[in-house]
Design a protein around this ligand. Structure first.
Ligand code: N2P
Length: 361
């Protein structure tokens, strides 16, 4: 256990030893970095890093909208970033303090521009897709050789879910990802902003809720790797990390990640500096460190997510740059969709729907 191996519940860690002159406080997603990079940042800059983790955009958003989080860097996904920029939660970046920003990838910048016009407030850290993590052996056992391991029918057809319930299924606790997936499954626009269309997702999700072991957004990595569950609807790199953890444990568990053929959400996690960050200068140093080509490659090689840094690509291992589940080819890309943030009224509809779905009411 080193000081960066933090649980979601207990995340505040103070570096042991002498009181340091400078601190940077980073709030990032769990299972999203090679911890050696955190030590390297401290050694290179002499800055003390406080690194806390979360697994939910909604949790981060509550802190950002309340203000006074105490963080210098936070990492909302694009749709949440957009809403929080509008709410005044972030300060513009000073690109003069970010010489490594020349390493960024224009293809991804063109996409994140949708959430943050001009990319004034944030840089892309990593991006990925949301899809199906399957334990190949157990799913085959439950559903037979023809199990639809790359289709949303695996998790949204109650007949399949009834058979999978015994071996265990986790869904992300992420309404703005599950509602679009349910809409994609029934052939509706996953990015619909129309409450009448969005309402069509509720019966789809409610019908399979009784068979969902847990709605949780990070436990599925170990649960899949250990063979405790057989299916997770989760994030691409997390499922690939589960695949590796199982392989390392040599426990006979074989995990695969499949982006659903009906379409998969493509999301972008963005590093931004809160308007009231205690140490914006240190925050820029952290961002510049992350944008170093070799550092960014080390992070992606460790967590199996693609990044927004073009210069890092020559340092990526073949398992990452050569995997179309991570760096999609044109055909895979065609099957990915993006979403826009819901406005306040529609978001309330979705939040309430999600509460009903999870509680089975
Ligand atoms: C990292 C998950 C980040 C992806 N474990 C969610 N945007």
């Amino acid at each position: 256990m080193n000081k960066y191996m933090l649980s979601i519940a207990a995340t505040a860690v103070i570096a042991a030893g002498a009181v340091s002159a400078e601190e940077v406080r980073v709030y990032n997603w769990s299972d999203y970095i090679d911890e050696e990079l955190l030590t390297q940042f401290e050694e290179e800059t002499g800055i003390d890093l406080i690194y806390d983790v979360f697994d939910s955009n909604e949790v981060l958003e509550t802190k950002m909208l309340a203000g006074g989080s105490g963080y210098d860097i936070v990492v909302p996904s694009g749709t949440f970033l957009q809403r929080q920029i509008t709410a005044g939660a972030f300060q513009p970046l000073d690109y003069d303090m970010l010489p490594n920003s020349g390493n960024l990838w224009d293809v991804i910048q063109a996409r994140t521009d949708q959430y943050d016009p001009g990319n004034l407030y944030a840089i892309n850290y990593m991006w990925g897709t949301t899809g199906l993590g399957v334990n190949i052996g157990k799913v085959t056992e439950a559903l037979g050789e023809d199990a639809p391991m790359d289709s949303l029918s695996l998790i949204f057809d109650p007949a399949n879910m009834e058979k999978l319930a015994d071996c265990g299924v986790h869904f992300l606790d992420a309404p703005v990802e599950l509602v679009p997936a349910a809409l994609a499954y029934i052939g509706e626009d996953p990015d619909s902003q129309d409450p009448d269309v969005i309402a069509l997702a509720e019966p789809v999700l409610a019908a399979v809720q009784p068979y969902v072991t847990k709605f949780h957004s990070s436990e599925y990595i170990n649960a899949l790797a250990n063979g405790d569950i057989c299916v997770a609807f989760g994030w691409s790199g997390d499922i690939l990390q589960a695949r590796d953890r199982a392989a390392e444990a040599e426990n006979g568990v074989e995990i695969a990640y499949n982006a659903p053929t009906e379409g998969a959400l493509m999301w972008f996690d963005m590093m931004a500096i809160p308007a009231d960050a205690p140490n914006p200068e240190g925050a820029h140093k952290f961002l510049d460190f992350i944008m170093d080509a070799q550092n960014m490659a080390a992070a992606s090689n460790y967590v199996y997510y693609a990044n927004g840094n073009f210069a890092s690509q020559e340092f990526l291992v073949e398992d990452v740059i050569g995997d179309t589940a991570i760096y999609p080819d044109a055909a895979t890309l065609e099957n990915l969709y993006t979403t826009r943030p819901y406005d306040a009224r529609v978001q309330r509809v979705v939040t309430r729907m999600w509460t009903r779905i999870k509680s089975g009411t």
